[in-house]
Ligand binder design. Structure first.
Ligand code: RTP
Length: 155
């Protein structure tokens, strides 16, 4: 019963403007919920272009950087923090490969997207980026710590 006592990791997940506009919020949120991960923060925001540039600063030298930042700031984004054992790596697995042409059926991008510039979702790619992205998008007080009754049946 003590398996869940270990520090549970957190990751930053965002549904991009295309996913929000297509009405895919509940579909995507439910995949993380059903897996057993716990939602600890959520908000709908339209990021400014400057904010998008901060979020994607690692990609600033890529040719698609400007278009990508225009896209992310083009409409509402659903920003979330999900918690659970291995959620950073497994969250990326649920999301699927960056290019939806290469992501497997059963993954979010594999099932719901067709092209890389409209791949509907973002997920942190490692513990460092998860930490940085959570801090960029959320204030500490927006992260909600709570016990869910399901946890003792998941861990
Ligand atoms: P993400 O950060 O959004 O989860 O995506 P990722 O790690 O799987 O992919 P990354 O290489 O970090 O690229 C970030 C986002 O940039 C867009 N992209 N556009 N035009 C292009 O060729 C191109 N390549 C990538 C995608 O929206 C990708 O998710």
């Amino acid at each position: 019963q003590e398996a869940h006592a270990a520090e549970l990791e957190r990751t930053f997940i965002a549904i991009k403007p295309d996913g929000v506009q297509r009405g895919l919020i509940s579909e995507i949120v439910s995949r993380f919920e059903r897996k057993g991960y716990k939602l600890v923060a959520i908000k709908l925001i339209v990021p400014s272009k400057e904010f998008a540039q901060k979020h994607y600063h690692d990609l600033k030298d890529r040719p698609f950087f400007n278009g990508l930042c225009d896209f992310l700031s083009s409409g509402p984004v659903l920003a979330m923090v999900w918690e659970g054992e291995g959620v950073i790596k497994y969250g990326r697995k649920l999301i699927g490969a960056t290019d939806p042409q290469k992501s497997e059926p059963g993954t979010i991008r594999g099932d719901l997207a067709i092209v890389v510039v409209r791949n509907i979702i973002h997920g942190s790619d490692g513990p460092e980026t998860a930490k940085d992205e959570i801090a960029l998008w959320f204030e500490p007080k927006e992260l909600v710590s709570y016990t869910s009754n399901a946890e003792k049946w998941i861990y």
